[in-house]
Structure formats: structure tokens, C-alpha cells
Design a protein around this ligand. Sequence first.
Ligand SMILES: Cc1cc2nc3c(=O)[nH]c(=O)nc-3n(C[C@H](O)[C@H](O)[C@H](O)COP(=O)(O)OP(=O)(O)OC[C@H]3O[C@@H](n4cnc5c(N)ncnc54)[C@H](O)[C@@H]3O)c2cc1C
Length: 382
Amino acid sequence: MKIAIVGAGIGGLTAAIALGQRSHDVTVYEQAPALGEIGAGITITPNADRVFTALGLGQALAPYQVIPQRQLTQHWQTGAVLKDVERGTATAQRYGAGYYHIHRADLHSVLADTFLKACPSGIKLGQPAHLASADGRLPLASGETVAADLVIGADGLKSQVRETAFETDRPEFTGQVAWRGLVPTASAAGLPNMDTPGVHIGPKQLFLRYPVRGGDLTNYAAFVDVGDWADEGWTIPSSRAELLGYFGDWDAGVVALIEATPDTELFKWALNVRRPLSTWVAGKVTLIGDAAHAMLPFMGQGAATAIEDAMVLARSLEGSDLAESLSRYDAARRQRTDAIQENSRLLGLQFQGKDPADQSGHRIKNEEELGLFDYDATSVAI
Ligand SMILES: Cc1cc2nc3c(=O)[nH]c(=O)nc-3n(C[C@H](O)[C@H](O)[C@H](O)COP(=O)(O)OP(=O)(O)OC[C@H]3O[C@@H](n4cnc5c(N)ncnc54)[C@H](O)[C@@H]3O)c2cc1C
């Protein structure tokens, strides 16, 4: 099949590799003029790592992985350890797949290089899609219109493919703002427990940190429920003073990391979500990743589910009838991602000391307790 993928993010590139390996004729159309990812880290959980292993990426990714031995949950102010989970070989043995931290740019470049090696002209840059139609036509900025057997919208939270081919809502601001920083790990050297990755939890706020790039850098994400805020974008400049306004009286390790962040490298963005769609199929168009199911990041499963989508979609398309293949993909995936979207929202409330039990009637389990790491996109029934 001739397949047009809109968006060269983590989801789009994983799909391109998986579909290319199944001999489809794949082209990725990316709006940005150059390939790249934001300067931040990402955690790859076993459910995502299984897909990368099946795609043969294990060796290429290995040099960039930081495999944590343990992972802490800590009190926001005292830093006291509330929970200590064993990772490393314990997690690898339990799931038969890896759990690791990686710089997003390193992951992205492995994915792009792998796809481009197999398909050297397979990514078209500076090609924003404004419209996808159910008959597979995709008009491009260049004036050319691509006629594809299948269009895959992998164009993220503000997906144009979703907005033009599906009946959908607009992204919805959740009241949460996230800051991200990348600082030398040595900034918090000697402070208690700061040599082990962890999340500090406090009322209406969270501070997540883990090492990347061989452990030399620490990536952090700080979440604050600000209620009312409306700036758009992923890279809105912030400042240490602004972030310390929220975290200045937190554990010394948290404060040390924030204080080590140059103002020029501190960014914030609003957390938005989309409501679940009733179908991911519109004729010859389908969706993966944030375009299909943008979620809050509290389970760290946004990219992981995009990676799962890519594998399940590629497997579903092994059938000969497109409509049937897409409907199998939709049936195999939507229930899982709907549930993860909802549980990520509820877990965020629980982290922030609100009472999600009021809304769900039960204590919210985290991603591991929910069994999300067990999912095997390479063999799940479709
Ligand atoms: C603070 C934070 C921490 C996170 N941590 C984790 C984590 O640890 N683990 C995890 O699994 N997930 C994590 N996530 C979620 C994860 O980052 C996203 O879910 C994931 O990047 C989505 O991938 P995607 O490919 O669907 O979309 P994106 O990464 O958004 O990629 C979309 C691509 O499409 C392109 N594009 C957009 N519009 C167009 C257009 N009209 N035409 C052409 N191209 C277009 C964009 O330029 C981009 O390249 C985190 C999210 C946040 C906010």
C-alpha cells in the first residue's frame, strides 16, 4: 500500500519503520523544516520497549539508555522516601523487556536514522498538512496533492488530520502547567536520595526527575495546577524565579535542580487533553498517538501508547481488505487508550491530593499496578 504518515514524531516514525518492514510504500510528511525533538527526557516502559525490540532497534538504542536501579516516591518538603520500587534487572526479569530513561532527541534520531536507512527519501520536511480527506487525498503546502491508499494522522495534540477527517472537540486546557529543565546531575550531588530517580509529590504540585545521557544530565518535569492560564505552545520561556515561586519551599534537592537551570533553558507549556473519539477510522484515514488519544502525562504512557499503536496498526494491515484491517486496529486499541487516558487524569488528581475516589469510586492504581507494562503489541489479538 502507498501510505502517507502525517507527522515525524515518535509515533509517526515508529509506524513508518513497522510499515516499511512490512513492504509498504511509506512517506512521512513533517511540518517542521528540520528533524528534531525537544530537549527533554522520556521514560520507555516495557510495553514500548517490546515494540522497539521487535523492530530490531535494541542495539541502536542501547548506548543512549539510562537504566535506573530503583525509583523513589518522596515527600514534597522533607524528601522522605514514601515508596521505593526496584527497577533494573528486577523489572527486566519480571517483564522480559526494558525500562529506561532516554533523551528524546537520541530516541528520535535512532528512529529517524533507522527509517531513512531503509527509505532514504521517506521523510518530506517542511510539509504541513492542512487537510486529510476520507478518500486518501492529502494536499501539501507545496501545492502537490498526495493520493494515498491510507493516511495516518500522527500529527500530535493539535492534529489537523483529526480535525479535518473526524468529528472532534478542540484540545482542552486541564488547568495544569508543566515546566521542563535539563541540568547537570552534579547540581544536586550530595543531597539525600538525589542519586536515585524519583518523583516528589505535594499538594497540587509534582516534581519528577531522572537521569539521561549516561547520567550526566538530569531531566525534570514540574507540574502545577494553576487553574487558569492560556498560553499556547511547548516552549514558552519561563524563569527560575517563576518556578521557585511554586517550588521554593520544597525539598533541597528539588530547589537545587531548579536553581541550576539557566533561565534560557527553562520552558513551560499548558497540559491539554482531547476527549476520546468514537472511531479512529474515516474511510482511508486513521490516527495514532496524541492525535488519537492525547492524555495527561501522569502515567508516562503518551509516547508508549503511540508506539503500541504503530505496531498494532502495522500488524492489522497485514490483511488484504483495508476497511476490515482498520476496523481491527480500532477494535484492538481504543478501549485500552480510553482507559489509560482516564486513569492518567485520575492519577493526576490523586497525586495532587484531590480525591479522585469521589469521581471513580476506587483508589487509582498507577501504570504498573494497572498491568500496563504487560501489554505486548507484537502479539496481542487483533
Ligand atoms: C511532561 C511530559 C512528560 C512526558 N513523559 C513521557 C514519558 O516519560 N513516557 C511516555 O511514553 N510519554 C511521555 N509523554 C507523552 C509523549 O511525549 C507524547 O504522548 C508523545 O510525544 C506523542 O507522540 P506523537 O508522535 O503522537 O506526537 P508528537 O510527538 O506531538 O509528534 C507530532 C509530530 O507531527 C508534526 N506535525 C504536527 N502537525 C502537523 C501537520 N499539520 N503536518 C505535518 N506534521 C505535523 C509535529 O511537528 C511533530 O513532529 C510526556 C508528555 C509530557 C507533556
